[in-house]
Design a protein around this ligand. Sequence first.
Ligand code: SF4
Length: 370
Amino acid sequence: MGVEVLSTDAMSGASDALLTVTDLRTHFHVGEHVVKAVDGVSLTVHKGKTLGIVGESGSGKTVLSRSIMGINTAPNIETSGSVTYNGTELVGSSRSTMRKLWGAEMSMVFQDPMTSLNPVVKVGRQVTEHLRSHQGVSKSEARQAAIELLKWVRIPEPEKRLENYPHQMSGGMRQRVCIAIALACGPKLLFADEPTTALDVTVQHQILNLLSQQQRERDMAMVLVTHDLGVVATRTDEIAVMYAGRVVEQASTSTLFDDMRHPYTQSLFWSIPKTSEPKHTRLSAIVGRPPNLAALPPGCSFAARCPYAQDVCREQAPELQPTEDPSHLFACHLPVGSDEGRRALEVNVQLGLPQAKSAALRATVAGGGR
Ligand code: SF4
């Protein structure tokens, strides 16, 4: 497939659940409309393991991680379901309960470091204030700890860098500072929400490698949120693919890449550049746009863009169901690799649907249905 994949024991039950999300829903009430940004998501994050959450913009992945962290608190947001962290229920928890967990137990690295850091406060004070407020250490102890943290995240001359304002650093350096702040209190769970989107390609790799290294060294669990299936291919134990607020496929990373069943996962996979393909090979963009979450169509939300869609898809919403492997779940009536799926694709090619013609071409190049 041209993408290196981690082998993992995450799905074998060898590790313990740290975070369990059950039927989580986050709905935004906007005027007369209800935007179902997260709509019935269930998943588990195991101690010391990495879960990738993948989907396009608007799939609900960022709202999901913010809901789990308890930072979606505007009055027009309704959250229901259950999130248990180490046995503690978080949905409906008080602000003071969440404050005890933030930083010390779970923390987050956001997409854009420039908006996470205060532009008019020196970096050193931002790191030390975080340490002092969460750990109650003295000023000099906090400064020493801040220097150590900056060294951990590979910032050269940390003593000097503490005196910088964020705008005096490069984008990569700023994101390293954000990672240092997120790691400052030794969390057991780190959410990294598109942590490299604002950075150039070389720095993206450095930051992702840094996160993976820190995750391993600290035996910390991590949720890596991204639109890029290629990013999670080598850095996660398990992947949940989201579309229109729901998980549409979930499996261990190796299983997902070896046996993807959902057409949306396949479309994301085909949009990754691969070293095995000849130079100048055109990437496959996914036809159309994600649906309006305030007015979802009946049936499958992906039907308007799906190369395989038939009437059954437009009439009945598919449920998430297991394959022969109970830890591999997908929600599709006509899955990739099935005889019904192949027939559906042929019908849509005959009808001249552009997404079907493009999928048939890609399947031929790939040498099979996937
Ligand atoms: Fe949805 Fe049907 Fe496509 Fe499956 S085949 S993703 S059910 S539209």
